[in-house]
Design a protein around this ligand. Structure first.
Ligand code: ADP
Ligand code: ZN
Length: 295
Protein backbone atom coordinates (compact mmCIF):
# COMPACT_ATOMS: atom_id res chain seq x y z
CA UNK A 1 0.00 0.00 0.00
CA UNK A 2 1.40 3.42 -0.94
CA UNK A 3 0.85 5.92 1.84
CA UNK A 4 1.55 9.64 2.13
CA UNK A 5 2.86 11.41 5.21
CA UNK A 6 3.40 15.04 6.15
CA UNK A 7 5.43 16.41 9.03
CA UNK A 8 4.16 19.97 9.18
CA UNK A 9 6.60 22.17 11.06
CA UNK A 10 6.83 25.89 11.66
CA UNK A 11 9.59 26.34 9.09
CA UNK A 12 9.29 23.36 6.75
CA UNK A 13 6.91 20.70 5.51
CA UNK A 14 8.40 17.26 5.03
CA UNK A 15 6.39 15.15 2.58
CA UNK A 16 6.97 11.45 2.16
CA UNK A 17 5.66 8.53 0.15
CA UNK A 18 6.12 5.24 1.95
CA UNK A 19 4.68 1.87 2.84
CA UNK A 20 3.09 0.53 6.01
CA UNK A 21 6.30 -1.19 7.13
CA UNK A 22 7.98 2.22 7.46
CA UNK A 23 9.89 2.18 4.18
CA UNK A 24 10.31 5.68 2.76
CA UNK A 25 10.20 5.68 -1.06
CA UNK A 26 10.31 9.39 -1.84
CA UNK A 27 10.73 12.63 0.08
CA UNK A 28 10.14 16.32 -0.60
CA UNK A 29 10.69 19.39 1.57
CA UNK A 30 8.76 22.64 1.14
CA UNK A 31 9.09 25.86 3.16
CA UNK A 32 6.08 26.53 5.42
CA UNK A 33 4.62 29.57 3.72
CA UNK A 34 1.01 30.72 4.16
CA UNK A 35 -1.52 27.92 3.62
CA UNK A 36 -2.92 29.44 0.40
CA UNK A 37 0.57 29.02 -1.09
CA UNK A 38 1.89 25.77 0.36
CA UNK A 39 -1.25 23.62 0.62
CA UNK A 40 -1.90 23.62 -3.16
CA UNK A 41 1.77 22.60 -3.63
CA UNK A 42 1.29 19.74 -1.16
CA UNK A 43 -1.89 18.59 -2.85
CA UNK A 44 -0.29 18.72 -6.27
CA UNK A 45 2.74 16.68 -5.10
CA UNK A 46 0.61 13.91 -3.60
CA UNK A 47 -1.95 13.95 -6.45
CA UNK A 48 0.71 12.69 -8.85
CA UNK A 49 1.70 9.83 -6.58
CA UNK A 50 -1.31 7.57 -6.13
CA UNK A 51 -1.63 7.26 -2.34
CA UNK A 52 -4.32 5.25 -0.50
CA UNK A 53 -4.27 7.45 2.62
CA UNK A 54 -2.41 10.38 4.16
CA UNK A 55 -1.11 10.93 7.71
CA UNK A 56 -0.29 14.36 9.12
CA UNK A 57 1.77 15.29 12.16
CA UNK A 58 1.13 19.01 12.61
CA UNK A 59 2.55 21.84 14.69
CA UNK A 60 0.28 22.84 17.55
CA UNK A 61 -1.87 23.89 19.09
CA UNK A 62 -4.23 22.02 16.82
CA UNK A 63 -7.50 20.12 17.08
CA UNK A 64 -6.75 16.41 17.36
CA UNK A 65 -9.92 14.93 18.75
CA UNK A 66 -11.90 13.32 15.89
CA UNK A 67 -15.12 13.98 17.81
CA UNK A 68 -14.52 17.70 18.07
CA UNK A 69 -15.59 20.34 15.56
CA UNK A 70 -12.03 21.70 15.47
CA UNK A 71 -10.52 18.34 14.43
CA UNK A 72 -7.72 19.00 11.95
CA UNK A 73 -7.69 22.76 12.43
CA UNK A 74 -4.59 24.70 13.38
CA UNK A 75 -5.68 26.81 16.35
CA UNK A 76 -3.99 29.81 17.94
CA UNK A 77 -0.78 30.56 16.06
CA UNK A 78 1.11 33.71 15.04
CA UNK A 79 2.04 32.09 11.70
CA UNK A 80 0.39 34.21 8.98
CA UNK A 81 -2.75 32.62 7.54
CA UNK A 82 -2.68 29.52 9.74
CA UNK A 83 -4.83 30.64 12.68
CA UNK A 84 -8.02 28.51 12.66
CA UNK A 85 -7.06 27.10 9.25
CA UNK A 86 -8.80 23.81 8.46
CA UNK A 87 -5.65 21.98 7.40
CA UNK A 88 -7.04 18.45 7.42
CA UNK A 89 -10.23 19.59 5.68
CA UNK A 90 -8.24 21.17 2.83
CA UNK A 91 -6.14 18.01 2.36
CA UNK A 92 -9.22 15.80 2.49
CA UNK A 93 -10.95 17.90 -0.12
CA UNK A 94 -7.88 18.18 -2.35
CA UNK A 95 -6.87 14.52 -2.27
CA UNK A 96 -10.06 12.53 -1.54
CA UNK A 97 -8.23 9.92 0.56
CA UNK A 98 -8.58 9.16 4.30
CA UNK A 99 -6.48 11.63 6.33
CA UNK A 100 -5.12 10.72 9.78
CA UNK A 101 -4.16 13.76 11.82
CA UNK A 102 -2.34 14.41 15.10
CA UNK A 103 0.30 16.67 16.57
CA UNK A 104 3.90 16.41 15.35
CA UNK A 105 5.00 15.08 18.74
CA UNK A 106 2.16 12.57 19.07
CA UNK A 107 3.17 11.37 15.59
CA UNK A 108 6.79 11.07 16.75
CA UNK A 109 5.63 9.06 19.78
CA UNK A 110 3.67 6.78 17.46
CA UNK A 111 6.69 6.43 15.18
CA UNK A 112 8.82 5.22 18.10
CA UNK A 113 6.09 2.84 19.29
CA UNK A 114 5.54 1.37 15.81
CA UNK A 115 9.08 1.26 14.44
CA UNK A 116 11.55 2.39 17.07
CA UNK A 117 12.67 2.53 20.68
CA UNK A 118 9.24 1.88 22.21
CA UNK A 119 8.12 -1.06 20.07
CA UNK A 120 5.57 -3.19 21.85
CA UNK A 121 4.93 -0.70 24.66
CA UNK A 122 1.61 1.05 25.14
CA UNK A 123 2.27 3.81 27.67
CA UNK A 124 5.03 6.03 26.34
CA UNK A 125 6.15 9.65 26.57
CA UNK A 126 8.10 11.20 23.70
CA UNK A 127 9.70 14.58 24.40
CA UNK A 128 11.32 16.79 21.79
CA UNK A 129 13.79 19.40 23.00
CA UNK A 130 14.46 21.81 20.16
CA UNK A 131 13.26 25.29 19.25
CA UNK A 132 10.32 24.49 21.50
CA UNK A 133 9.71 21.61 23.88
CA UNK A 134 6.76 19.36 23.17
CA UNK A 135 5.54 15.99 24.35
CA UNK A 136 3.63 13.24 22.60
CA UNK A 137 1.94 10.83 24.95
CA UNK A 138 0.51 7.37 24.35
CA UNK A 139 -1.68 5.83 27.04
CA UNK A 140 -3.07 2.32 26.67
CA UNK A 141 -2.08 2.21 23.00
CA UNK A 142 -3.91 5.44 22.14
CA UNK A 143 -2.30 8.82 21.55
CA UNK A 144 -3.52 11.12 24.29
CA UNK A 145 -5.88 13.90 23.24
CA UNK A 146 -8.37 15.21 25.77
CA UNK A 147 -9.62 18.80 25.76
CA UNK A 148 -6.70 19.61 23.42
CA UNK A 149 -3.51 17.55 23.58
CA UNK A 150 -0.73 17.34 26.15
CA UNK A 151 1.31 20.54 26.47
CA UNK A 152 3.88 18.93 28.71
CA UNK A 153 6.69 21.10 27.37
CA UNK A 154 5.26 23.91 29.48
CA UNK A 155 5.21 22.11 32.84
CA UNK A 156 6.48 24.36 35.58
CA UNK A 157 9.92 23.62 36.96
CA UNK A 158 11.67 25.00 40.03
CA UNK A 159 14.24 27.55 38.99
CA UNK A 160 17.78 26.71 40.00
CA UNK A 161 19.12 29.05 42.70
CA UNK A 162 22.10 30.08 40.53
CA UNK A 163 20.10 30.59 37.34
CA UNK A 164 19.48 34.27 36.74
CA UNK A 165 18.40 33.91 33.10
CA UNK A 166 14.91 35.00 32.13
CA UNK A 167 12.48 32.46 30.70
CA UNK A 168 12.09 32.69 26.92
CA UNK A 169 8.46 31.55 27.16
CA UNK A 170 6.16 34.59 26.86
CA UNK A 171 3.55 32.86 29.06
CA UNK A 172 5.55 31.38 31.94
CA UNK A 173 8.38 32.60 34.14
CA UNK A 174 9.64 29.13 34.91
CA UNK A 175 8.33 26.50 32.51
CA UNK A 176 10.46 23.82 30.89
CA UNK A 177 10.36 25.35 27.40
CA UNK A 178 11.17 28.78 28.79
CA UNK A 179 14.26 27.54 30.64
CA UNK A 180 15.50 24.50 28.71
CA UNK A 181 14.67 24.82 24.98
CA UNK A 182 17.43 25.49 22.46
CA UNK A 183 16.62 29.24 22.42
CA UNK A 184 16.61 29.28 26.26
CA UNK A 185 20.12 27.81 26.31
CA UNK A 186 21.31 30.31 23.71
CA UNK A 187 19.77 33.26 25.50
CA UNK A 188 21.26 32.26 28.87
CA UNK A 189 24.79 31.49 27.73
CA UNK A 190 25.07 33.73 24.66
CA UNK A 191 25.96 30.92 22.23
CA UNK A 192 23.94 28.28 20.36
CA UNK A 193 23.67 25.03 22.32
CA UNK A 194 25.80 23.12 19.81
CA UNK A 195 28.73 25.47 20.56
CA UNK A 196 28.61 24.86 24.32
CA UNK A 197 29.55 21.19 24.21
CA UNK A 198 32.57 21.56 26.49
CA UNK A 199 30.84 23.52 29.21
CA UNK A 200 29.80 21.14 32.00
CA UNK A 201 27.65 23.63 33.87
CA UNK A 202 25.48 24.17 30.78
CA UNK A 203 24.53 20.50 30.64
CA UNK A 204 24.23 20.07 34.43
CA UNK A 205 21.62 22.83 34.49
CA UNK A 206 19.88 21.56 31.34
CA UNK A 207 19.71 18.05 32.80
CA UNK A 208 18.36 19.47 36.06
CA UNK A 209 15.37 21.06 34.32
CA UNK A 210 14.71 18.11 32.03
CA UNK A 211 14.94 15.69 34.96
CA UNK A 212 12.35 17.70 36.93
CA UNK A 213 9.92 17.40 34.03
CA UNK A 214 10.66 13.72 33.40
CA UNK A 215 10.14 12.97 37.08
CA UNK A 216 6.70 14.54 36.86
CA UNK A 217 5.82 12.68 33.65
CA UNK A 218 6.94 9.46 35.33
CA UNK A 219 4.72 10.13 38.32
CA UNK A 220 1.69 11.32 36.33
CA UNK A 221 1.59 9.12 33.22
CA UNK A 222 3.38 6.03 34.58
CA UNK A 223 5.08 5.51 31.21
CA UNK A 224 6.96 2.30 30.48
CA UNK A 225 9.64 4.32 28.66
CA UNK A 226 10.50 7.96 27.97
CA UNK A 227 12.12 8.87 24.66
CA UNK A 228 14.00 12.10 24.15
CA UNK A 229 14.50 13.62 20.70
CA UNK A 230 15.04 17.02 19.07
CA UNK A 231 18.16 19.04 18.31
CA UNK A 232 19.29 19.66 21.89
CA UNK A 233 19.20 15.92 22.67
CA UNK A 234 21.98 15.37 20.15
CA UNK A 235 24.11 16.23 23.18
CA UNK A 236 24.46 12.62 24.30
CA UNK A 237 26.20 13.62 27.53
CA UNK A 238 22.78 14.75 28.79
CA UNK A 239 21.45 11.21 29.09
CA UNK A 240 23.51 9.93 32.04
CA UNK A 241 23.00 13.24 33.84
CA UNK A 242 19.22 13.17 33.34
CA UNK A 243 18.92 9.52 34.40
CA UNK A 244 20.89 10.14 37.59
CA UNK A 245 18.81 13.19 38.48
CA UNK A 246 15.46 11.48 37.77
CA UNK A 247 16.46 8.57 40.00
CA UNK A 248 17.51 11.05 42.71
CA UNK A 249 14.28 13.06 42.35
CA UNK A 250 12.20 9.89 42.74
CA UNK A 251 14.09 9.19 45.95
CA UNK A 252 13.56 5.44 45.81
CA UNK A 253 9.80 5.86 45.83
CA UNK A 254 8.99 3.95 42.63
CA UNK A 255 10.30 0.39 42.83
CA UNK A 256 9.54 -0.89 39.33
CA UNK A 257 11.79 -2.95 37.08
CA UNK A 258 11.74 -0.06 34.58
CA UNK A 259 13.12 2.47 37.07
CA UNK A 260 15.64 -0.09 38.33
CA UNK A 261 16.97 -0.23 34.74
CA UNK A 262 16.92 3.51 34.16
CA UNK A 263 19.36 3.31 31.22
CA UNK A 264 16.61 1.49 29.28
CA UNK A 265 13.89 3.72 30.72
CA UNK A 266 15.12 7.11 29.50
CA UNK A 267 16.46 6.68 25.99
CA UNK A 268 17.32 8.67 22.85
CA UNK A 269 15.05 8.57 19.84
CA UNK A 270 16.08 5.76 17.55
CA UNK A 271 14.87 6.73 14.09
CA UNK A 272 17.45 9.29 12.93
CA UNK A 273 15.07 12.23 13.33
CA UNK A 274 12.50 10.42 11.14
CA UNK A 275 10.28 9.48 14.11
CA UNK A 276 7.72 12.18 13.24
CA UNK A 277 7.39 11.34 9.56
CA UNK A 278 7.32 7.57 10.22
CA UNK A 279 4.62 8.12 12.84
CA UNK A 280 2.67 10.12 10.25
CA UNK A 281 2.95 7.13 7.89
CA UNK A 282 1.44 4.98 10.64
CA UNK A 283 -1.33 7.59 11.06
CA UNK A 284 -2.01 7.15 7.34
CA UNK A 285 -2.16 3.37 7.70
CA UNK A 286 -4.57 3.70 10.60
CA UNK A 287 -6.71 6.20 8.67
CA UNK A 288 -6.94 3.72 5.79
CA UNK A 289 -8.00 0.93 8.18
CA UNK A 290 -10.57 3.21 9.85
CA UNK A 291 -11.79 4.89 6.66
CA UNK A 292 -15.39 3.86 7.18
CA UNK A 293 -15.42 5.15 10.77
CA UNK A 294 -13.74 8.57 10.55
CA UNK A 295 -14.68 10.80 7.63
P1 ADP B 1 12.89 22.31 15.60
O1 ADP B 1 12.60 22.20 17.05
O2 ADP B 1 12.93 23.73 15.12
O3 ADP B 1 12.05 21.42 14.75
P2 ADP B 1 15.42 21.06 16.24
O4 ADP B 1 14.83 19.91 16.97
O5 ADP B 1 16.64 20.78 15.40
O6 ADP B 1 14.38 21.78 15.31
O7 ADP B 1 15.79 22.15 17.33
C1 ADP B 1 16.51 23.29 17.03
C2 ADP B 1 17.17 23.76 18.33
O8 ADP B 1 18.05 22.76 18.79
C3 ADP B 1 17.99 25.04 18.17
O9 ADP B 1 17.73 25.88 19.29
C4 ADP B 1 19.42 24.55 18.20
O10 ADP B 1 20.28 25.47 18.86
C5 ADP B 1 19.37 23.28 18.97
N1 ADP B 1 20.29 22.28 18.41
C6 ADP B 1 20.32 21.81 17.15
N2 ADP B 1 21.33 20.93 16.99
C7 ADP B 1 21.95 20.84 18.20
C8 ADP B 1 23.07 20.10 18.68
N3 ADP B 1 23.77 19.27 17.91
N4 ADP B 1 23.40 20.28 19.98
C9 ADP B 1 22.70 21.10 20.78
N5 ADP B 1 21.66 21.83 20.36
C10 ADP B 1 21.28 21.71 19.10
ZN1 ZN C 1 5.73 28.10 28.86
Amino acid sequence: MRLGAIEAGGTKMVLVIGTEDGTVLEREILPTTAPEAVVPQIISWFSDRDISALGVGAFGPTGVNPNSSDFGRVLDTPKPGWKNYDFRGALLEGLSVPVGYDTDVNAACLGEVTFGAAKGLDVVVYLTVGTGIGAGVMVGGELLHGMLHPEAGHVLVAKHADDTAASVCPYHESCLEGLASGPAIESRWGLPAAELVESEKVWELEADYLAQALTNYTLCYSPQRIILGGGVMHQQQLFPLIRKKVAANLGGYLRTSEIADIDSYIVPSSLNDDQGILGALELARRAEVLKDVIK
